[in-house]
Design a protein around this ligand. Structure first.
Ligand SMILES: [Cu+2]
Length: 276
C-alpha cells in the first residue's frame, strides 16, 4: 500500500509537471510576433507626455561618435501596444555649459513603422566627455492625433578607432563632417562602402551635403599592400555616398580619403581605420 501511494504520488507529480510544461510551451507557440527589438541595444528611453507615448531608442551598438543608425519604438502608454503610425522628428542637443549645439540627423523616412520600428539616424559629433547629450524626439501619434516631445538623455562614447572626421574647407571656411555608415557585415572581398557628409551651417544646423567628390585608397599598413577594384563613393541621396571597398584579407585596413569640390582638393589629411 505504501509503495502504491508513493507510485501514485510520483505519477501525479509527473503528470502535473508535464501539463505545466505543456501549457508553457503552447503559450510560447501562441506568440506569433517575435520581439522586434531582439538583437538591438536600448540606448535611450522616456515619455512623449502629450502623445501618451513611450519612446525607446534602439541601436545595434551603444551610442558612439559618428553615424549611428537608430531604431525608435513607440508604445502607447495606455494600451502598452506598439504605435506603428506616427510622425517623428529628432533634435539632438549637446549642452556644454557655456553653449550648446546640435548634430546631423535623419528623421524616419516614413510615418509607417517597419516591423514596429522607425529607422532614423544621428551623427554624434563629440563624445559625452565634452558635455551632456540629449535626443529630443517629437511624436505625433497618428492613431490619436496627439503630439508630444520626449527629451532623452544618452551617453556617447568614442569608439576604439574613429568612425568619422571633420575638416574645414578652404573654399567656404565651412566645417564638414564625414561619417562611415556601418555595414551589416564585412566579408573578405568586395564590400559596400558608404559615407555620409554634413556641412555645418550653424551650431544647430548640419544639412546633408552632396557637393563633394570622394576618392579613397585602402591599404594594410602592417603588411604594405593595398587592394584592386575599389569603387569611389558617389553621392546617391541625402548626403550618402556609396562605393565599394575590396578587403582582400582580414585585419586592420586604413582608408585614406581625398575630398574635392570641383577641381579643388578640400581635404586629403584624414583616414579611417577599419578592422574586421
Ligand atoms: Cu559638444
Amino acid at each position: 500500500m505504501k509503495n502504491f501511494n508513493k507510485i501514485t504520488k510520483t505519477l501525479t507529480f509527473a503528470l502535473l509537471a508535464t501539463s505545466i510544461f505543456g501549457c508553457k510551451k503552447s503559450d510560447n507557440n501562441v506568440t506569433t510576433n517575435p520581439d522586434p527589438t531582439i538583437g538591438y541595444v536600448k540606448i535611450a528611453s522616456g515619455y512623449a507626455d502629450g502623445a501618451a507615448t513611450k519612446v525607446d531608442v534602439y541601436a545595434k551598438d551603444s551610442a558612439f561618435t559618428g553615424y549611428n543608425k537608430l531604431y525608435i519604438a513607440l508604445t502607447d502608454s495606455v494600451t502598452n501596444k506598439y504605435v506603428e503610425n506616427a510622425e517623428i522628428s529628432l533634435m539632438p542637443d549637446m549642452n556644454m555649459t557655456t553653449m550648446s549645439h546640435s548634430a546631423p540627423f535623419e528623421n524616419p523616412a516614413s510615418s509607417q513603422a517597419q516591423n514596429m520600428l522607425f529607422p532614423c539616424s544621428a551623427t554624434f559629433i563629440m563624445s559625452s566627455m565634452g558635455g551632456t547629450w540629449s535626443l529630443g524626439v517629437s511624436v505625433k501619434n497618428l492613431a490619436n492625433s496627439k503630439s508630444g516631445k520626449a527629451m532623452l538623455s544618452l551617453k556617447v562614447k568614442d569608439p576604439a578607432a574613429a568612425r568619422m572626421f571633420s575638416f574645414v574647407s578652404p573654399l567656404d571656411s565651412a566645417k564638414y563632417f564625414v561619417g562611415l555608415v556601418p555595414g551589416e557585415k564585412t566579408i573578405v572581398g568586395a564590400n559596400d562602402l558608404e559615407l555620409v557628409v554634413y556641412r555645418k551651417v550653424s551650431m544647430m544646423s548640419y544639412p546633408a551635403d552632396s557637393s563633394l567628390t570622394i576618392s579613397f585608397e585602402p591599404t594594410m599598413p602592417s603588411m604594405g599592400h593595398g587592394s584592386p577594384n575599389n569603387v569611389n563613393p558617389v553621392h546617391t541621396a541625402n548626403g550618402h555616398y556609396k562605393g565599394k571597398v575590396n578587403y582582400t584579407m582580414t585585419g586592420t585596413w586604413k582608408l585614406a580619403f581625398v575630398l574635392s569640390k570641383g577641381a579643388t582638393v578640400v581635404d586629403s589629411t584624414h583616414y579611417i581605420d577599419f578592422t574586421f
